[in-house]
Design a protein around this ligand. Structure first.
Ligand code: NDP
Length: 277
């Protein structure tokens, strides 16, 4: 059986072993997928040991995504722009790195939720790793505006400037502070890529950014109606979603990359979904 794993610290919370085991059953692929907790100073040694034992690939989660990029021999443009990798594939002595988080988000929004990005105004709240990884796949979906708004305005500006410097997002990708959103108008899609929901904190968002056609998307999952989703609902946002679809879609992308067969995601998302109430 081919061996795969997810590596993080801590790792007990990870749904990846469940998701990949369901994918393997559905596609009749002979593989095992386990969770490995690496010591904080032992990511590379843990990956080396897994490869030596015949491992074919790993997913990488916090706090090792940046280190995973540095570990690889070959880094995709997507992972390079994201500055982080969430999947590694081992082919003989070579290691390739990819980042599927953003493509999972874009696919969840456009395919699963049926909300087009092309020609729409998109607001990305946050400028950390998750926001950064989402920018290139969202830009590829051709929005008219992709505004990155962050509590620390400088961090949003630096992120946008680094994309512009690498030839991405001119005229579309812009930066703002959260306090500047009052004049920003209404958005078709508002993605919360801050970690505020994990701390049960609300963001200072003006209600006029939401409208009846707005999709409010919180990257956090398994928390029900987060403070952000509640704010959006109260402000009249037409559609609410959490990040479980993003999680399952990035897993499906990694599975397809490793195995050459893309599993169906709808049933898995349904099994893992938490009601947004
Ligand atoms: P980071 O720590 O890299 O970034 C955190 C971001 O949140 C920063 O922009 C920070 O702003 C902002 N922030 C935190 N607290 C507040 C607050 N109280 N008010 C305003 N802004 C705040 O985290 P990640 O980017 O790695 O993760 C962000 C979220 O995305 C997490 O909740 C994570 O669970 C989720 N995620 C979901 C995935 C999925 O598959 N569904 C995949 C990856 C992540 P500042 O710069 O000003 O400090």
């Amino acid at each position: 059986m081919d061996r795969y794993a997810v590596i993080g610290h801590p790792i007990g919370h990870s749904k990846s072993p469940l998701i990949h085991t369901w994918f393997a059953q559905a596609t009749e692929q002979a593989l095992t997928y386990t969770a490995i907790e690496a010591p904080l100073d032992g990511f590379a040694a843990t990956v080396d040991a897994f490869r030596a034992a015949g491992g074919r690939g790993v997913n990488v989660t916090l706090p090792f995504k940046i280190e995973a990029c540095a570990y690889a021999d070959e880094v995709s443009e997507r992972a390079r722009l994201a500055g982080a990798a969430n999947a590694l594939a081992f082919d003989g002595t070579r290691c390739r790195a990819e980042n599927f988080d953003g493509v999972g988000l874009a696919r969840d929004i456009t395919v699963n939720l049926g909300h087009p990005v092309a020609g729409r105004r998109v607001l990305m709240l946050g400028a950390g790793g998750a926001a950064r990884g989402a920018l290139q796949p969202l830009l590829q979906a051709a929005p008219t505006l992709l505004l990155v708004a962050n509590r620390s305005t400088d961090k949003a500006a630096a992120l946008v400037a680094s994309f512009h410097a690498q030839g991405w997002g001119h005229g579309v990708l812009r930066a703002a502070g959260l306090d500047e959103l009052v004049d920003a108008g209404r958005f078709d899609i508002v993605v919360n890529a801050t970690s505020a929901s994990l701390a049960d904190q609300a963001l200072p968002l003006p209600p006029q950014i939401f409208g009846p056609d707005t999709l409010a998307y919180d990257m956090v999952y398994g928390q029900g109606l987060t403070p952000f989703l509640r704010q959006a609902q109260q402000a009249g946002a037409g559609r609410l979603a959490d990040g479980i679809g993003m999680l399952v879609e990035q897993a499906a992308e990694a599975f397809a990359w490793w195995r050459g067969v893309r599993p169906d995601t709808a049933a898995v998302i349904q099994r893992l979904a938490t009601p947004l109430t």
